[in-house]
Design a protein around this ligand. Structure first.
Ligand code: FES
Length: 160
């Protein structure tokens, strides 16, 4: 289950999208530019949006969705209010990062790359986030939390 808040497409926003498509349409690499701009406006790129873009550019929908699934910075689902990133860099991995990932998957009922059903958290794994000395580390939004354990994570999550 995925919440769809933050990804509502309304009329006024359509006109912004149309402007962007007109602006980039005939340029080299236009599809990626348009997808970037669209994701900035809407927060994500759901199917109905992909259809509009494909139609306006006169290209198959499969090409649009192919590009979206190829690049990890595009997302079809809306992002959560907060982003949790668990470090799986070498230091964190050997000191229990994997256990942290498993704990969060169970607690939040998500897989990496997914957003919780309540729209609160998007869960991702990351490479080294610069806290190797105090591994395992995680990040919530811009803040790094060090020496994590399942218990500490539960405490931390209850504050959000
Ligand atoms: S490996 Fe996790 S912070 Fe460096």
């Amino acid at each position: 289950m995925h919440s769809h808040n933050g990804c509502v497409i309304n009329e006024s926003k359509y006109s912004a999208l149309n402007n962007i498509i007109d602006l980039y349409k005939d340029k080299e690499g236009s599809l990626i530019q348009i997808l970037h701009a669209a994701q900035n406006i809407y927060g994500c790129l759901p199917l109905d949006l992909q259809q509009i873009i494909a139609q306006k550019l006169d290209i198959p929908l499969s090409r649009v969705s192919g590009v979206i699934s190829f690049y990890s910075f595009f997302s079809i689902q809306p992002r959560g209010l907060h982003t949790i990133r668990v470090c799986l860099g070498t230091a964190c991995y050997v000191r229990g990062g994997k256990k942290i990932v498993e704990h969060l998957m169970k607690t939040l009922d998500v897989k990496p790359g997914e957003t919780t059903a309540d729209g609160k958290f998007t869960f991702e794994v990351a490479r080294c986030i610069g806290a190797c000395g105090l591994a395992p580390a995680i990040m919530i939004d811009d803040i790094v939390y060090k020496q994590m354990s399942p218990t500490k994570i539960n405490e931390l999550l209850s504050k959000f």
